[in-house]
Design a protein around this ligand. Structure first.
Ligand code: ZN
Length: 84
């Protein structure tokens, strides 16, 4: 899930904020409920940087919404046998 778990560097951008990969790792962890397993530098940064956290939460909500839409496609709302 986190292929470069020991390479914390790739999770951060040159500007010291989370890179796309860092954000993606956090979003992934949120979705799978394993935030505590994230590399510590990511957790610490998110605790101190509202900007990165805001980005991540926005993406997370978007992905969650997307998932719900997909679920609705698979299971359309109650389709009784007779709809008359
Ligand atoms: Zn940041």
């Amino acid at each position: 899930m986190l292929p470069h778990k020991h390479n914390y560097h790739s999770f951060f951008d040159v500007d010291q904020h989370l890179s796309e990969m860092g954000i993606a790792a956090y979003v992934d962890a949120l979705i799978n409920d394993v935030v505590a397993e994230l590399p510590e530098p990511i957790i610490i940064h998110l605790q101190t940087c509202p900007s990165c956290k805001g980005n991540a939460i926005a993406i997370y909500l978007l992905e969650k919404k997307q998932k719900e839409i997909n679920l609705k496609k698979i299971f359309p709302k109650n389709t009784p046998f007779s709809q008359k």
